[in-house]
Design a protein around this ligand. Sequence first.
Ligand SMILES: Cc1ncc(COP(=O)(O)O)c(C=O)c1O
Length: 346
Amino acid sequence: MLASKGFASDNNSGVHPSILKAVEAANSGHVIAYGDDVYTKRAVERMRANFGMSADVYFVFGGTGANVVALKAMTESYHAIICAETAHMNVEEVGAPEKFTGCKLLTIPSSDGKITTEGIKRHLRALGNQHHVQPRVVSITQATEYGTVYTKDEIKGIADFAHDHGLFLYVDGARLANAAAHLNSDLKGITAEVGVDALSFSGTKNGMMYGEAVVFFRKELSKDFQYIQKQATQLPSKMRFISAQFEALLSNGLWLRNAKNANRMAQLLASRLSEIPKIKITQKVEANAVFALIPKRYVPIIQRRYFFYTWNEYGYASEARLMASFDTTEEDIDSFAGFLKKVIAR
Ligand SMILES: Cc1ncc(COP(=O)(O)O)c(C=O)c1O
């Protein structure tokens, strides 16, 4: 039987009670649809308070959708988007960014989810060559798909390099809150202030029911965004219910508390797992993910009670991705680690 809470994904968790309350509170009377309402106005104001007054803010349904519409606004079909080979947009979005933008993704091998200017440079050789796609956007994921976090200097270095070559920097911020919590930074300190041009900011993975934000820091990028958003089916008609959630998430530091809890629980999980000799942690634990090699023969037994995804397969072991959520507790970790110890001692 599956345990009531597991570590497969932060998408598997429920909704924070304050967010549910905000949805309920927004459920009164009629308001204008598609975002022309007081909830959306207030949520945008909160977003600007966190990302800076230059932020142009839009709310969409999902994370893949956010990536697609943001990238579409930044590119023409003859452009290319440079990202890590491990990027969600490259691996797990069923080709949606390529389909909707028409752009080729140029990938950079990465063992920890991060890319560097060295890797980007290799894709710039054909800039200005009529026969090659033209790199226009560098996309980084913060925190990365491997739970690692770019420092402010690393982001600034990539942003400066991109701008020097006429490219924009986009951040897939599915776990931007976790990255900010790890870096002890506010949100604008790791985005607008270090040269990010556009980003997505996830609510879903940090305690909301659903909803993501797309933010632009350059007016020229968002000038036609309203049309792109609608055409790509990412304009929620009952926008107030996403906006009310964002307003609650960005009130009283809830976004940061949720992210801090998830990060702290990932640290605790990693320390418990490292007490088990046959398990090996493979990545730095900086956000809310723990990557761990588990001998293959134990994996199906563990998964029957605690389902999780395996990322890489090696001869003797599977690499498990274990994610903590806003609602993970120390008791959840104790139960899981205790179960693992028992199974692996067999
Ligand atoms: C890094 C990253 N980007 C984007 C997404 C896409 O989000 P969604 O599943 O809401 O489309 C995910 C989902 O897990 C993700 O992990």
